[in-house]
Design a protein around this ligand. Structure first.
Ligand SMILES: Nc1ncnc2c1ncn2[C@@H]1O[C@H](COP(=O)(O)OP(=O)(O)O)[C@@H](O)[C@H]1O
Ligand SMILES: [Mg+2]
Length: 391
């Protein structure tokens, strides 16, 4: 994606960079910035394209990692690898290592000293913790470190990830002073409930922090996009931004999906005699209908216990406790017979094993829907009186 084809959000990024670096006494996010927004609404684009440069402009050394890019890899492993890459790519660090290696040789006679730090060992041996690595990187670069962890909720699915979160918190508490922030943490997620597992229970690593919503792209984005459209398609004349904004809203403000609707409307074969804007809206509605049909098909293919579990999940969101009496009763009511913990567990596991999975589970046994789009499908069907239950 070239700069010209990306809508930039420099003010928002500068504001966040300032708050995460502790420059504000109030509104400070120096304890960690937790940002949630639905899938495909532009989080990664913003974090990489706007926030990263804003942090760099402030003098920070930025490490960005997207845990969604490779779900097969252990997220803890990915983080260790990225930090050791940053260390090894830093001339200052390499020079310090060489310096220490020399020292070690000199001191061999006295016995005792060893090479203090080996990036390959981060996370593997107790002496080379994440904290030590981050401190090294900070000292070698002479800059504060900003760690942007995209889709950070994946850290909560493995025991090692949980350890990493605790280490990050400890590193933050050790390295930072109120007026000297050396480690900035930004974590994003597609699902507010999942991200808040990092912050909302006493056992959570970042207990006490609040998850904020990353503002979705808005009318300014649609205005900017209309400018591009008018430029490349002068025949369209002046565009009705209000109608295009409605289409963007219907699509959950996902830029790429709006592009698809626009693409459909630009195609004379599918424009269907409507004005361009009305045709974009029409395509947007068709796209959402098709997405909902996919959800309906996925749902219909499940067993009745699985359907009941999904229904209770869609209904209860964050409040879902898999084996609580209320849940068991709700599921039992839906399938028309008493159910057991074992049966619910089996259903949850089967839903997790699907490809793509329909259910997500944290290391601490908390469950959620994998794709929150399903909740919209469910709520809209209910609102229209078209929800057919699990039958
Ligand atoms: N500011 C923007 N300007 C133009 N296109 C954008 C912008 N933000 C996101 N997009 C497009 O929307 C799609 C989804 O964005 P992405 O950042 O991957 O979303 P997320 O990380 O929230 O899932 C990408 O194809 C991206 O090119
Ligand atoms: Mg992303």
């Amino acid at each position: 994606m070239t700069g010209k084809l990306r809508f930039e959000r420099p003010e928002l990024a500068a504001q966040m960079a300032a708050s995460v670096s502790g420059r504000h006494k109030w509104n400070s996010d120096a304890d960690g910035l937790f940002l949630a927004a639905p899938r495909r609404t532009g989080k990664s684009t913003f974090l990489k394209g706007d926030l990263r440069p804003a942090l760099e402009a402030m003098g920070a050394e930025v490490i960005y990692l997207d845990f969604w890019m490779n779900l097969q890899l252990d997220p803890a492993e990915m983080l260790y690898a990225e930090i050791s890459r940053a260390l090894l790519g830093n001339a200052g660090f390499v020079a310090r290592m060489a310096e220490r290696a020399k020292l070690t040789k000199v001191q061999i006679g006295a016995g005792g000293s060893s090479l203090a730090f080996d990036p390959a060992q981060i996370g593997k041996t107790p002496g080379s913790s994440l904290m030590a690595a981050l401190r090294e990187l900070g000292e070698a670069t002479g800059r504060p470190i900003a760690l942007i962890l995209d889709e950070a909720q994946h850290l909560t699915v493995s025991p090692r990830g949980e350890d990493v979160l605790k280490e990050l918190k400890a590193a933050r508490d050790t390295l930072n002073q109120p007026d000297d922030i050396r480690l900035m943490l930004v974590m994003s997620g597609s699902d507010r409930d999942k991200l808040s597992r990092l912050t909302n229970s006493k056992a959570a690593a970042f207990y006490g922090s609040k998850v904020k919503l990353l503002p979705l792209l808005d009318g300014y984005y649609v205005g900017w996009l209309s400018g591009l459209l008018a430029q490349s398609n002068p025949k369209l004349g002046s565009l009705n931004i209000g109608v295009l904004s409605d289409a963007f809203d219907i699509l959950g403000r996902r830029p790429k999906v709006l592009d698809d609707a626009i693409g459909g409307a630009l195609n004379p074969v599918t424009q269907g005699g409507l004005t361009f804007e009305a045709s974009v809206l029409d395509h947007a509605q068709a796209i959402v209908r098709a997405e909902h049909v996919r959800y309906a098909d996925c749902f219909a293919a499940r067993t009745s216990t699985q359907k009941a579990v999904l229904t209770v999940l869609m209904e209860s969101g964050d409040a879902f406790s898999p084996y609580g009496a209320t849940t068991l009763k709700a599921i039992g009511d839906l399938i028309g017979k008493k159910t057991t913990t074992t049966s619910v567990q089996g259903a949850l596991e089967a839903l997790r094993r699907l490809d793509p999975p329909m259910v997500w589970k944290s290391n601490r046994g908390e469950y959620g829907l994998d794709d929150l789009g399903m909740v919209d499908w469910y709520q809209q069907a209910k609102a229209r009186g078209e929800w057919r239950g699990i039958g």
